[in-house]
Design a protein around this ligand. Sequence first.
Ligand code: FBP
Length: 549
Amino acid sequence: MSKSALQIARASYVPKMPQVLRGNVQPKEGAATESVSDQEEIKKLFPNTYGMPIITFEESQREMGLENPVNVGVILSGGQAPGGHNVIAGIFDGIKRLNPDSRLYGFILGPAGLVNHEYKELTADIIDEYRNTGGFDIIGSGRTKLEEKEQFDKGLEILKKLNIGALVIIGGDDSNTNACVLAEYYKSINAGVQVIGCPKTIDGDLKNDQIETSFGFDTACKVYSEMIGNIQRDCNSARKYWHFIKLMGRSASHIALECALQTQPNICIVSEEVEAKQQSLDDVVNDIATIVAKRAEKGLNFGTVLIPEGLIEFIPAMKALIAELNDFLAHNQAEFDMVRRSGKRDYIISKLSPKNSEIYASLPETVARQLTLDRDPHGNVQVSLIETEKLLAEMVKTRLDEWKKEGKYKGKFATITHFFGYEGRCATPSNYDADYCYSLGYTASMLIAAGKTGYMSSVRNTTAPASEWIAGGIPITMMMNMERRHGAMKPVIQKALVKLDGNPFRYFASNREKWAIETSYLYPGPIQYFGPTEVCDQPSKTLQLEQKS
Ligand code: FBP
């Protein structure tokens, strides 16, 4: 593989890690834990893994090591997030430290690799090729869900064949929920396989009182913020465009909010606030148009708008429209297919309830089409495909044209739209993510050595210097509650949405009026890997504000 100069330099970067993990450690157990809610139901569903204590690793005088080598399997699950390779490197170094004959196996292309028995041994040479690199290409990732007993049993066959005693699942909330179900099942049948989870997702929505952040969020947000900063400088130079920028993050708005904190745009929409205020699409459009008009009064016919990917689903009226469309098309697909393309829009308008029909009729042609034609294999509207940035840019333009006719607006309005998502998911991990991920992996191997199962690897206190980070494990059942999924109540890890009473949002809300009207752009520039610590090692603004009491 030919390598860039940065790749070569980065290969020799030694991740910083908690001081305690540099020496011999022993687990310290806290008190018994409870799930965040629905305790009785969760306890019943996880009789073998419920209530376990939080683990913290402490320095030990006893020489650490395992008499017998341990073979470990690792799975990368779901969307890519910078730092995954360092989690794997941390596991590798950890289990080799415990016993040099330990072996690490990677299952290929996500959980499907376990079920289909596709794997490769990850040797020192391979690991060294991937240290501190972005991407999940060392073994690939996939979105197969590990949910069925047959999958667990099929997986156990290969685990037994390879003499694997522990499996590490690196994934988001759903993958870690499934890791917990798997841990419970293997324990219930005395399979002799421990299961440990690691918190991954650029979306930043796998976090709680115990897990400070999911890895990848830091790097991805820094990449997007660099690009937003560059666009802002361009836009402040040319002074003729409004840039509508959609940011990835399936549901929660953490990414958009973090990017706003890093770049101080004129507008950032936070889906959770839109939902809390019960805003309609029209309200969102009016809010944006009002700021555009105010800036125009000052001769500022340019600006930036950040839009979270999940916005549409947080607008109550859109949610209702999508639900009715899903339902209607599920029952009338054949008739809908018979209608000529040019008549489809009017057909839908004539069939929906008056309220939804009115909303549907107000949508631009392209979006209306996306809502009825682009459907997933279950027949549902593919909300993530809706080009919200174009939708809003178009609707704001229409609103401003109306205001112009009424004499309420005199500016010029030209737009450019962007979507930032995949650009950030495989970036070379920031120092924060490189360090955090390596520590998460190394901690996972210590949890394995301690004989734990059903735990998520945890590294806390990460706004302090890495040497002071706290390594340990959190029982996954502790993060669970019961939620309705596909019509039935299921135990799942609670997804963390943006808290409107949390410090990051409050800081944003207290500054946004100024950022809207004045031009207060911040230009974070590209991620720096070498240099002064205040430039290279800063954690995300979200984390810094969250850690402030
Ligand atoms: P994970 O939750 O699996 O980490 O994935 C996050 C994400 O990047 C979302 O932000 C985005 O909506 C989605 O994956 C895109 O999925 P895909 O890679 O399948 O296009």
